[in-house]
Write a protein that binds this ligand. Structure first.
Ligand SMILES: Cc1cc2nc3c(=O)[nH]c(=O)nc-3n(C[C@H](O)[C@H](O)[C@H](O)COP(=O)(O)OP(=O)(O)OC[C@H]3O[C@@H](n4cnc5c(N)ncnc54)[C@H](O)[C@@H]3O)c2cc1C
Length: 417
């Protein structure tokens, strides 16, 4: 299957290469149309979209591809059923559209699964409410097969391994998709490289200053300082977004943000071969229990975070919260926690519960006819391609159009060796 996909790209004149080792000489004292800081999913996506649009592109990552939040997500390529509750229909429709694209363009990385939502007499939601929500989800897919849902029969419910069936009213089944977030990020970065982008890892942006219509970049790799320049700088540094912004001169606009930690547990037991969307009985948050590479992934939490993003660590209280939910739904489970992962969400500062806040990406840029700085705040793994295209459209206003090489909506993602 992947060979067929690679052939599809080769027909478009795109060579099937592997990720190249860093060669500073390809960057030192060079000028790029677009430079992106951060090799998470957004940075990789913007590099792919920029190179596809014909711009000379440099992608900088200080630690490793997907070293930040993009390897610590719930690994779902989804519309986000729960966002309907907050009325975020545009976000859900766009995410469902991107889900369909990724199922087509990266079948080796994105897999469709059936998710189960149990509803009990004590659940916050009534079965009719979930039915309405899933009908809307179906409508937002454009009434495609992947939007269909159903209610399990009593005998199907009885076959659910270990799920508490006392006072169970209904179990809904709907479709969403799962990926390996770090591999997806690497595949998108590799796709950018195949389109001509320079990938630079490990390279840290130390500072940048604007002079004579270009931004001079001070870079460091393994202790060696060097320079390059760019017409437009795109800040995709995730939880470090405002730290990177502070190193730029003259100053650029920043948005006040909150960092919210989300922890997942990797369980080696119990192994449950179904995908569950569960409601936390204590605070009604959505928590996923998902088969993951022969283990189970249980998450996530929402804990306010302050300090250095690289120091984010799962807390014992988060583990206890997640295990309580597991035991609530699977009373006989004897969970074995193998590993804990903590990722940071970037949410624009606002009052109220972070769980209810929009996950919509926010783009910030310096204004004026020669806008040369764009920052990506927040967003979703699922929507990376749509976000990247919006960023490149903004960059195009300053740089003008180039000869397009490819269309990201039509570009299969390469396999990572
Ligand atoms: C717990 C959790 C679960 C989630 N689950 C899902 C999900 O299931 N589905 C979904 O669609 N979305 C999900 N999301 C959202 C999604 O994971 C994030 O929106 C996305 O990963 C953010 O990617 P990013 O590229 O913006 O940031 P990051 O992945 O954090 O990348 C930023 C990169 O910038 C680099 N960097 C920082 N400073 C510099 C510098 N000076 N020089 C060079 N490089 C630098 C860092 O090393 C890092 O690699 C989840 C988020 C969280 C927190």
């Amino acid at each position: 299957m992947t060979e067929l996909l690679n052939e599809d790209n080769e027909e478009k004149g795109i060579e099937n290469t592997s990720l190249k080792d860093l060669n500073i000489d390809n960057i030192r004292d060079q000028h790029f149309d677009i430079t992106i800081v951060g090799g998470g999913i957004h940075g990789a996506g913007v590099a792919q979209a920029a190179a596809a649009a014909g711009y000379s592109t440099l992608l900088l990552e200080k630690t490793g591809w997907a070293a930040g939040t993009s390897s610590k997500s719930s690994k779902l390529i989804h519309g986000g059923l729960r966002y309907l509750q907050g009325g975020h229909f545009k976000l859900v429709r766009e995410s469902l559209h991107e889900r369909e694209l990724l199922l087509r363009l990266a079948p080796h990385l994105v897999e469709k699964n059936e998710f189960l939502v149990p509803v009990y007499k004590r659940s916050h939601y009534r079965p009719w409410q979930l039915w309405c929500g899933l009908s809307l989800y179906y409508a937002l897919t454009g009434f495609t097969n992947n939007g269909r849902f159903r209610i399990l029969s009593k005998s199907q419910r009885a076959a659910l391994n270990g799920l508490d069936t006392q006072n169970l009213q209904s179990v809904f089944q709907y479709i969403d998709a799962q990926t390996d977030d770090a591999e997806l990020t690497e595949a998108v970065a590799l796709s950018a490289q195949q389109l001509g982008a320079q990938l630079a890892c490990p390279v840290t942006l130390l500072s940048a200053s604007r002079e004579n219509n270009k931004t001079n970049l001070k870079l460091n790799s393994n202790g060696e300082n060097f320079s390059a320049s760019t017409s437009i700088l795109i800040n995709c540094a995730g939880p470090w977004v405002n730290d990177v912004a502070k190193t730029l001169s003259p100053t650029v606009p920043t948005l006040p943000v909150e960092l919210v930690q989300g922890t997942h547990l990797v369980l080696s037991a119990p192994i449950i071969d179904r995908y569950y969307y569960l409601e936390s009985p204590s605070d009604q948050r959505a928590v996923f229990l998902l088969p993951w590479k022969g283990k189970m992934l249980l998450g996530t939490t929402e804990t306010a975070f302050a300090g250095d993003p690289s120091q984010a660590r799962a807390l014992d209280s988060e583990e206890a919260y997640l295990l309580d939910i597991l035991k609530h739904y699977f009373p006989d489970a004897k969970p074995v926690v193998e590993r804990r992962m903590a990722g940071l969400r970037v949410l624009p500062k606002a009052s109220g519960n972070p769980f209810r806040r929009s996950r919509e990406v926010v783009l910030s840029r310096n204004l004026g006819p020669t806008s040369h700085y764009i920052a990506v705040y927040g967003g979703k793994l699922t929507g990376y391609r749509a976000t990247a295209e919006k960023v490149v459209q903004l960059a195009q206003k300053t740089l003008g159009k180039r000869q397009r090489i490819a269309d990201t909506a039509d570009l299969v993602l390469p396999e990572i060796n």
